[in-house]
Design a protein around this ligand. Structure first.
Ligand code: VGL
Ligand code: ZN
Length: 206
């Protein structure tokens, strides 16, 4: 890992969804999801601003296959805002699955931003919900803090990290994704697609 001194004030680390349900044993487990925790803790010490995102769904959320009669997880349905993958129930507000991984150094975070709490809409991105227009408020926070560069790590590379990185790039931030500290779900080639989409959006893939 590269050490930088002093750590620039205009850079933030955004740690995406390092929650129990996305780690082995969780409801929507990402292979190796727990392997990135120690490295993320180390990286946090290199930033003056650290943001954690937390997927935070009400029970019966519209992104859950169980909320749609006859549907199974990983199928895709049309929502008013576009296609939506249906997931196993995960990250339900207040459950252990929605908690951060117990080894994640949550005390190092300056902001925890929750997303996906509106029953009728999913939110992969830390910036916009899946309609691409409802804001989470993160852009306002970062701008107000003078942040112009963001590094993203976490889960899952091909969904929430990807959507967050692309939105950040479109919002004008200089964006890099550390793939060594991220892990993907890889649904029908979604990991390769995501890496291509991010690169096309100007995201630096490390
Ligand atoms: C995520 C699917 C559903 C993620 C969240 O964090 O990548 N993926 N909810
Ligand atoms: Zn979710």
């Amino acid at each position: 890992m590269q050490t930088r001194d002093p750590f620039p004030e205009n850079e933030a680390l955004i740690v995406i969804d390092v929650q129990n349900d996305f780690c082995p044993g969780g409801a929507l487990a990402v292979a190796g999801g727990d392997q990135i925790v120690a490295g993320i803790n180390d990286l946090m010490a290199q930033f003056q601003t650290v943001v954690l995102t937390q997927d935070w769904h009400p029970a019966g959320h519209s992104s859950f296959a169980s909320s749609h009669a006859g549907q199974s997880p990983y199928s895709v349905i049309d929502m008013p805002y576009g296609p939506q993958v249906l997931w196993p129930d995960h990250c339900v507000q207040g459950t252990g699955g929605a908690d951060f991984h117990p080894a994640l150094n949550v005390h190092a975070a300056h902001l925890v931003i929750r997303k996906g709490f509106r029953p009728g809409i999913d939110s992969y991105s830390a910036f916009f919900e899946n309609d691409h227009s409802t804001v989470t408020g993160l852009d306002g926070y970062l701008r107000a803090r003078g942040i112009t560069r963001v590094t993203l790590v976490g889960l899952a590379t091909d969904f929430c990290v990807n959507y967050s990185a692309v939105d950040a790039a479109r919002l004008g931030y200089a964006v890099s994704v550390d793939t060594g500290l991220s892990r993907g779900i890889d649904l029908n080639g979604s990991l390769a697609d995501a890496l291509e989409t991010m690169a096309e959006a100007g995201v630096v893939i490390k």
